[in-house]
Design a protein around this ligand. Structure first.
Ligand SMILES: Cc1ncc(COP(=O)(O)O)c(C=O)c1O
Length: 374
């Protein structure tokens, strides 16, 4: 047997990491401006993280959700304090798609309605409801097409109200900043309008903060730039620095019903130990503030690069859209300049480095990006 060949791969194997650097099997060092797809939040192999996960593994790796697990309580309290959502509840799962799946389901249980409003270029994951609200028919199989979804233009509150007025919408789901779509930042006024409209028409507002959350934009959640409070917030990726985990933050208006949601692995002891370590490191090293200041420095330094059509983003979530396709630039960055980056569509490079990226590393990154454009 061999792995299902569903990913186009670079011919590189990463075998070691430290902070914002990784090394391949030949010993070559790379600057990681991608964080393994926005997953590495506190840096590769942070000593406190390694110690916390190792210590937990030596005590207990797993037991089921049918008994108390005080690590879940500890994590919920810490996350509530760090995010400003102390009055919300936390449901833990194993991935971003699962977080959105449960958010859509909980919203529908709550208000008894079935239609969902999503946005053009949205990406919410690959499980059945999550992929259905993802604006990409190429990754929706016929079995995914059951749920009723309308994809609306971004930043058009009038169109959202037209749909909500029909009275059948259960939830509106939106990314804090669209990631896969190309680092598209919603207008603050659009998020504020969504909040008001959802309340007025009895729909739940779901903020997918899987890529944009957990400090990445220089606030704990990207939607906090707009000063709104969604009904449901989904998190994953950086939450446990690479240990598979997702979370759903649930406003107090939702009452839990035994058995309505459930999971075997969600919130397991190892994942909680990893996620608690992440929040401890974020607090001690002030990584949200670091993402804000290093992100501002990076955005300023990247402005005016040759061939750059548009620079978008907030904090350490940055999109560089070029006039021409970026495949060659990205290859030069990886194979000549030894820098990992992400991509969105044909023309946009995505930067999603660990939140601990230093000013010096950011300056080095800009230098290497410039060289790849020469
Ligand atoms: C905004 C957003 N939502 C959901 C997901 C899905 O997360 P996962 O791959 O952990 O299921 C992703 C992953 O890229 C994402 O960027």
């Amino acid at each position: 047997m061999s792995p299902f060949d569903v990913y186009p791969l670079f011919d590189i194997e990463i075998v070691r990491g430290k902070g914002c650097r990784v090394w391949d099997s030949a010993g070559t060092e790379y600057l990681d401006l991608y964080g393994g797809h926005a997953v590495i939040s506190v840096g590769h192999c942070h000593p406190h993280y390694v110690a916390a996960v190792s210590e937990q593994l030596n005590k207990l790796g797993f037991y089921s959700n049918s008994v108390h697990n005080s690590l879940q309580q500890q994590l919920a309290e810490k996350l509530g304090r760090a995010s400003g959502y102390e009055d919300y509840s936390l449901f833990l799962i194993n991935s971003g798609a699962e977080a959105n799946e449960n958010a859509l389901k909980l919203a529908s249980f709550h208000n008894g309605k079935g239609r969902v409003l999503a946005f053009k270029k949205a990406f919410h994951g690959r499980t059945s409801a999550a992929v259905r609200v993802t604006d990409n028919p190429a990754i929706q199989a016929p079995v995914n097409r059951g749920m009723e979804v309308s994809y609306l233009p971004f930043n058009d509150a009038g169109r959202v109200e037209d749909e909500l007025r029909k009275g059948d919408v259960s939830s509106v789901i939106i990314e804090g900043i669209q990631g896969v779509g190309g680092i598209i930042v919603p207008d603050d006024s659009f998020l504020q309008a969504l909040r008001k409209l959802c309340t007025r028409y009895g729909a739940c507002l779901i903020l997918d903060e899987i890529q944009s959350g957990y400090g990445r934009t220089g606030r704990f959640f990207a939607h906090q730039w707009a000063g709104i409070r969604p009904d449901l917030i989904t998190v994953a990726k950086g939450i446990a620095n690479g240990f598979p985990m997702g979370g759903l933050l649930i406003s107090p208006e939702f009452k839990p019903v035994y058995g309505q949601l459930g999971t075997t692995f969600g919130g397991n002891h190892l994942a909680c130990a990893a996620a608690i370590a992440v929040l401890d490191i974020m607090e001690k090293e002030q990584l949200v503030a670091n993402a804000a200041s290093v992100g501002t420095y990076l955005l300023d330094a990247l402005r005016g690069l040759p061939g750059l059509k548009e620079l978008r983003g907030r904090g350490l979530m940055i999109g560089l859209e070029f006039e021409q396709p970026i495949k060659e630039i990205r290859n030069r960055l990886l194979f000549e300049q030894k820098v990992f980056t992400g991509v969105a569509g044909a023309n946009t490079i995505r930067l999603l480095p660990p939140l601990c990226l230093s000013r010096e590393e950011a300056a080095e990154a800009v230098g290497r990006i410039r060289k790849s454009l020469a």
